[in-house]
Design a protein. Structure first.
Length: 209
């Protein structure tokens, strides 16, 4: 088990995020959208003709349930839960300039705080939670980047790759189950408008499923 958080500002060459993984079929029934409860889906989510998923919110939107105390979001949920083994999320993300203080990807599942990992956009930088000493990508506005996140339950480790380069390894936290989420999930003092675009989404595993 990792005893400390580790981060490298320089990409680690030679690590192949895809080695040994098998694709998990993603069907429509495994996709769930969280959006402001008072709006129809098409006002905060659009599946474009080219396969791009656009998800956006405004800072004065409602939460996804009327009774929810959580921050507002428009996020896609891959309803593929796991509790053991090694799992991987892959997707290409595009964040328009101006979107800031928002989470664009997370691993759900941890008693007491809900998430095991969150990747936030702060002023064009992709960071681990709100820790700007752990920068995963320094320039992520207005271009497509490939994000791979590998979660090894037994090793209690999460590894983040950007465009195939290993950028971050952090300590994992236990939970009864986990799953992946992507989109926009507001944080403290967000921009008025927040958007994240996704394409070519995949889930992989080294565990029989």
């Amino acid at each position: 088990m990792l005893s400390t958080l580790w981060h490298s500002c320089s990409p680690a060459a030679g690590a192949d995020p895809m080695a040994g993984f098998t694709a998990v079929e993603i069907t429509e029934d495994r996709f769930k959208l969280h959006k402001p409860y008072d709006l129809p889906q098409e006002q905060r989510n659009k599946l474009c003709a080219d396969g791009v998923q656009r998800l956006w919110v405004y800072c004065d939107d409602k939460p996804f349930r009327a009774s929810s105390p959580t921050k507002l979001r428009c996020s896609g949920v891959e309803q593929i839960t796991y509790s053991s083994g090694v799992w991987q999320f892959e997707g290409y993300d595009y964040v328009p300039a101006g979107t800031t203080r928002v989470s664009v990807m997370l691993v759900f599942g941890l008693a007491g705080r809900n998430t095991t990992l969150m990747l936030h956009v702060y002023g064009g930088r992709l960071v681990y939670y709100n820790d700007e000493t752990k920068v995963v990508d320094r320039h992520n506005y207005d271009w497509w980047f490939r994000l791979n996140l590998v979660h090894n339950i037994q090793a209690s480790a999460l590894t983040v790759f950007i465009d195939g380069d290993e950028m971050l390894i952090v300590l994992g936290y236990g939970s009864d189950f986990h799953y992946f989420k992507f989109g926009v999930y507001t944080q403290t003092n967000p921009s008025h408008y927040m958007e994240s675009r996704w394409r070519d989404l995949n889930v992989y595993t080294k565990t029989p499923y």
